[in-house]
Design a protein around this ligand. Structure first.
Ligand SMILES: C[S@@+](CC[C@H](N)C(=O)[O-])C[C@H]1O[C@@H](n2cnc3c(N)ncnc32)[C@H](O)[C@@H]1O
Length: 273
């Protein structure tokens, strides 16, 4: 693991720490909790987005590990390693799986250092996903990932933090060109419901962080580019390859149907032909 962790700014909220707070984590500060509380109080049920996203990510990594032979992953915008991170899920099903975590938030590095200290197959690098070449040529990436072998590229709840003028599709294209046939891409993304909730949530994120886009189904589909999207296609995280006995908390749900908020985050798994 490399780079400094001394630049954690506690006075301003960060996406990673607000997300940690919404998921019930402890790696957050007062400034993060103010924004997190806005979501929980002003947009009741919205935390379901974080929970259903995280659960779909876990199922996707499990399926990649169990059914593709892929033993190496790059997790962009990985967030704070909480329970059941990509390396924990992958190594549970395929011991020896290697994982490079990428995040531009210094607290992710700090937390990752503790969690990953004794895991020689895993590293965290501090880098910006909008600069994919830096990620690709980072010494830790070069060390851990063999680009002659298929890779699991994880873009979970990160592309919606890349604004339109920053061209999120170009990030997917970059990695598409770097990895061999058989590589898999998991993408989850805020989905516009064309409703007041989406508008308010997007406004809150843009006002706070200057990023956070709820995209339409067509816009999200376009992010997959030439990738072959696997069953069941792009669907809400809740309904994407659901477990028969789901173990993770659902927020604001009173039945099997997705709540309004659970409809506002979707996922898809795709393969490079
Ligand atoms: C909503 S969290 C998603 C965490 C995890 N991928 C998941 O799905 O549970 C978004 C993460 O992306 C990180 N992030 C946002 N913009 C980024 C960028 N340009 N480069 C690297 N990381 C970024 C944030 O710091 C945060 O940790």
């Amino acid at each position: 693991m490399t780079d400094s962790t001394s630049d954690v700014d506690q006075s301003r909220p960060s996406i990673a720490r607000v997300y940690d707070y919404l998921l019930g984590g402890k790696d957050n500060f007062a400034a993060d909790r103010v924004i997190g509380d806005h979501f929980m109080v002003d947009l009741p049920g919205s935390v379901a987005i974080a929970y259903s996203n995280r659960a779909a990510l876990v199922r996707a990594v499990r399926d990649i590990a169990l059914s593709t032979g892929i033993r190496q992953f790059i997790d962009m915008g990985s967030g704070l390693p909480t329970a059941d991170n990509v390396h924990q899920v992958a190594q549970r099903h395929a011991p020896g799986s290697r994982v490079v975590y990428v995040d531009n938030d210094p607290i992710v590095l700090a937390h990752g250092r503790a969690l990953l200290e004794e895991n020689e197959y895993t590293c965290v690098i501090k880098a910006d996903v909008r600069e994919p070449e830096r990620v690709r040529h980072h010494p830790d990436t070069v060390d851990l990932i063999d680009f002659e072998q298929p890779v699991g590229v994880i873009l979970s709840a990160i592309l919606h933090h890349v604004n339109d003028d920053e061209d999120p599709a170009s990030i997917v294209r970059y990695w598409y060109d770097q990895v061999p046939s058989g590589s898999h891409f998991f993408i989850s993304h805020f989905r516009s419901g064309d409703n007041p909730e989406t508008v308010e949530a997007e406004g809150m994120l843009q006002d706070t962080f200057g990023r956070g886009r709820w995209r339409t189904d067509d816009e999200i589909r376009a992010l997959f580019g030439e990738l072959e999207i696997l069953d069941p296609g792009i669907s809400t995280c809740l309904t994407w390859r659901p477990d028969p006995a789901p173990g993770l908390t659902r927020i604001g749900a009173s039945g099997p149907e997705p709540t309004l908020w659970e409809q506002l985050i979707v996922a898809g798994l795709a393969r490079k032909p």
